[in-house]
Design a protein around this ligand. Structure first.
Ligand code: 4NP
Length: 157
């Protein structure tokens, strides 16, 4: 099993959106038996909370399920339990590295570094623009799946 974890500040806007979009993609490609997806926050602010209504509305618009998405905080053993730990922005990546004491491990990745954008995923909690975030998350998810397919022998058939 390949384990993917998306991380943002609150775990109510960007990372649950990425979790839902990536799960949807994995299901579409019949890879659910091989790839597991989760998300977490660097903060403790929204533990147990459902995603932001803007994230839920955007997922609904694309017929992507937001069932079961619940805020949780990143924890130390996530480092061992996940193969890809994807931060939405540079601050998230810094916090993840610090929590794990892993300054340069290649499994910790800034999401859009996998695309041509090389920038942070804008936080719709502040921008209010869930469409912009959705478009970038969607592009990032495609790129991540391509990377995983190239790197993981269990998916090559
Ligand atoms: P997220 O956005 O990191 O994409 O989930 C935020 C959610 C909540 C807060 C900040 C950012 N907050 O300040 O509660």
């Amino acid at each position: 099993m390949i384990n993917v974890l998306f991380v943002c500040l609150g775990n109510i806007c960007r990372s649950p959106m990425a979790e839902a979009v990536f799960k949807h993609l994995v299901e579409k490609e019949n890879l659910s038996n091989h790839v597991q997806v989760d998300s977490a926050a660097t903060s403790s602010w929204h533990i147990g909370d459902p995603p932001h209504r803007g994230t839920v509305a955007k997922l609904n618009e694309y017929n992507i399920s937001s069932n079961g998405l619940t805020g949780r905080q990143l924890q130390k053993d996530d480092f061992e339990n996940f193969d890809y730990i994807i931060g939405m922005d540079e601050n998230n990546v810094g916090d993840i590295r610090q929590m794990f004491g892993q300054p340069d491990h290649p499994k910790i990745i800034r999401f859009l570094n996998l695309t041509n954008h090389q920038k942070d995923v804008p936080d719709p909690y502040y921008t209010g623009d869930f469409q912009e975030t959705y478009d970038l998350v969607s592009e990032g998810c495609q790129a991540l799946l391509e990377k995983i397919k190239m790197e993981q022998v269990e998916l090559s058939s």
